[in-house]
Design a protein around this ligand. Sequence first.
Ligand code: 2AM
Length: 174
Amino acid sequence: MLRLFVAIALPPQLKLKLSLLCSGVPGARWVDPGNYHLTLRFIGEVDEGLAADIDQALAKIRAPRFALALAGVGRFGDRMLWAGVDKNPPLAHLRDKVESAMVRLGLEPETRRYAPHVTLARLRNAGEGKLQSFLAEHALFRAESFPVAQFSLVASYLTKGGAIYEDQADYPLR
Ligand code: 2AM
């Protein structure tokens, strides 16, 4: 079995820039900067056969290249902190294509609204005050846009020390 997700990788410079945001919140488990990514679709545990079908389906997707800019920070409740994405119709278009390809393969549709984000930290008993100052301090965060020329199928291995991600395949955009 493989635990898979579909994601867009971030350039090293951007990972560095994101990592500089990450301090000042006791109770935050900051994500290893090498692991930063933008998820398009979480798939979960699948067997090798389905993984091969998923790979084939992703390889058939035709979508244009686009520019992506990260902007702003936010939280999902008291679970996590993330960096956000500027409104981006081509990203939504790609995400929709990935979603319908997965549903055609028989995977459960994703029922939650797509909220593109780069997870910066998972939270455990973080103080509300520190969380609010983090959000206020970085509200104007904005990174230069970067060209997205491909997306990837990634395997996630959960270890005691955190997740290890392994790129399985990359799919070019035109
Ligand atoms: P997150 O960063 O918002 O936690 C690899 O684990 C990627 O898949 C992460 O980007 C993670 O999103 C996402 N992910 C993990 N488990 C998930 C789940 N049960 N539902 C949706 N996305 C999930």
